[in-house]
Design a protein around this ligand. Structure first.
Ligand SMILES: [Zn+2]
Length: 330
């Protein structure tokens, strides 16, 4: 009974399905959109269970009926979690085998047969076109949840067949409460809750996952010492970075300089991402002009664009750090 109970927030999205059931107008396909860790799988599992709950969706999922018990342990034959073997690919064969070839088999128990397709953005155009045929003429009982962290990667033709729901970020207090349950230190809880911007999965990983925490700490350490970093230290930091971590480092940098800007405008009290670094933020705010700060934000934005191209991650960060260091030293 553990996983289903963990649904937090998303009242509007839940109400969307209740209303659809009341009106007898449940659509066949939904895009469930939101960044990694925000709770797309939890939400899809919750709605699937609620739609199949023997007590109906108004009360469901009740957690106790046989349908809910099966749903909660991922053993419900009418809820199909579509898996992919390789981390970066959802192949057309996987879609054929798990979806297209089985969709004509009528549901075992309830009124719906629900396919939850994780990482739908990993499906290439051929795969999406194969799925599209099923989305265009689905059996009456079929329901598809396409989970994605990047809706733009889906073809227009696929998107136009689906209702798009965005998973809502959770309020900061809820994240704090959840992290406190795990016994993390208060200042860290505050900081990670802020950084996560309502993404509980991310907040938990920042708190529990050593690699994730190390990346954050290394980045903050570099940002704190920016004006004193020598070329070798910049080179080392950049060389150690994996390409997939680049976007995360940039997001810390955006938050850091946003804090510097807040402190500079004396607007930051109690609302900083990095509250416990306030003294350093203040020093940097005094060091830098508003124009310089503007140039730093531009440089971070440009680094984000370069990171999406074939420029080496190392080169992107070296250039960015040198540029920021120059602004701070002026
Ligand atoms: Zn139930």
């Amino acid at each position: 009974m553990s996983e289903l109970k963990q649904i937090l927030g998303n009242k509007q999205n839940i109400e969307h399905f209740r209303e659809a059931v009341r009106k007898g107008k449940v659509s066949h396909a939904y895009i469930i959109d939101g960044p990694e860790g925000i709770g797309k799988k939890t939400f899809a599992g919750y709605i699937a269970a609620a739609l199949l709950c023997e007590k109906g969706i108004e009360e469901g999922p009740c957690m106790t009926c046989p349908s809910c018990v099966k749903a909660d342990t991922h053993n419900h034959p009418d809820i199909i979690w579509v898996e992919h073997e390789k981390p970066t690919v959802l192949s057309i064969d996987e879609i054929r085998r798990q979806v297209i070839d089985t969709v004509d088999i009528i549901p075992f128990y309830g009124p719906f047969k629900i396919y939850i397709i994780k990482d739908a953005q990993l499906l290439n155009d051929n795969g999406q076109n194969a799925l599209l045929k099923t989305l265009e003429e689905p059996p009456e009982y079929a329901l598809f949840f396409l989970l994605t962290d990047n809706c733009d990667k889906l073809l227009d033709t696929v998107r136009s067949r689906c209702i798009k729901l965005r998973i809502e970020p959770l309020p900061k207090e809820v994240i704090i409460r959840e992290l406190e349950k795990e016994g993390a230190e208060k200042a860290l809880v505050e900081e990670n809750a802020g950084i996560s911007k309502g993404n509980l999965g991310l907040a938990k990983r920042l708190t529990d996952d050593e690699e994730k925490a190390a990346l954050k700490n290394e980045t903050i350490k570099a940002l704190k010492n920016m004006s004193n970093l020598d070329a070798l230290e910049i080179f080392q930091f950049s060389a150690d970075l994996e390409r997939e971590d680049g976007a995360e480092v940039l997001s810390y940098m955006r938050m850091w300089y946003r804090d510097v800007a807040m402190v500079k405008n004396q607007a930051g009290s109690g609302r900083l991402y990095f509250e416990k670094e306030k003294a350093v933020l203040k020093r940097q705010a005094d060091q830098i002009t508003p124009e310089g700060l503007g140039r730093i934000f531009d440089a971070i934005a440009e680094a984000g664009i370069r990171l999406d191209t074939f420029v080496k991650c190392e080169a992107v960060f070296e250039a960015l750090f040198l540029k920021i260091r120059e602004e701070l030293r002026n």
